[in-house]
Design a protein around this ligand. Structure first.
Ligand SMILES: *[C@@H]1O[C@H](CO)[C@@H](O)[C@H](O)[C@H]1NC(C)=O
Length: 178
């Protein structure tokens, strides 16, 4: 009888120690793993990691949360590009460049900031990732269309490439939810 009690006790104690240590392991490494696993499925691992880690909330986010963080990064990157476009417009560009800059601002970046980003955000929040997939893909295309408008003479190559990359990483994460 005593032996049995002892065995049960040892078993219970062992379980408690084992379970709590595995829980701890989960809490401390799961999130980093989720970020890494998710970023491995995107076309730009390094950009994905640095974008997600720029927001401390990524440490406890699920895949939807990670997608929402990328949408936020897309918003920031596109907004920064629009500010740049407006500043270039104030520095008397040539008529050709001016025309392309205006298209980028009025058509493409306006579309990303006032349509693609809010639609993606809402779709992800409401658990309807299909619309977020369409919108993030659209944002990637709009950055490319802006770039092409300069016919090889773009002052926005770095910005457009960056927005395109961020949008494609976002889209790849959204795809994991479909
Ligand atoms: C995008 O960023 C701007 C400026 O920070 C902010 O006002 C806007 O609410 C953001 N859009 C979304 C959909 O979160």
């Amino acid at each position: 009888m005593r032996t049995l009690v002892f065995i049960v006790l040892v078993y219970v104690v062992f379980q408690i120690i084992f379970l709590s240590s595995s829980q701890c392991a989960k809490l401390s490494s799961n999130d980093d793993n989720l970020i890494e696993q998710t970023c491995k499925k995107t076309p730009n691992y390094r950009l994905c990691i640095s974008s997600l880690k720029s927001d401390p909330k990524s440490a406890t986010a699920d895949v939807t949360g990670l997608a929402l963080i990328m949408v936020k990064v897309l918003n920031t990157t596109a907004t920064r590009t629009l500010i740049r476009i407006n500043s270039l417009l104030h520095h008397s560009p040539s008529p050709k460049i001016k025309k392309a800059l205006l298209s980028c601002a009025d058509m493409y970046y306006n579309g990303i900031i006032t349509a693609d980003v809010p639609v993606s955000k809402e779709a992800l929040t409401k658990g309807d990732p299909k619309f977020a997939d369409d919108s993030t893909l659209d944002a990637a295309k709009e950055a490319t269309l802006c770039e092409e408008g300069f016919s090889g003479n773009s002052p926005l190559t770095v910005d457009n490439t960056n927005v395109n990359n961020v949008a494609r990483v976002t889209e790849a994460i959204v795809k994991l939810l479909l």
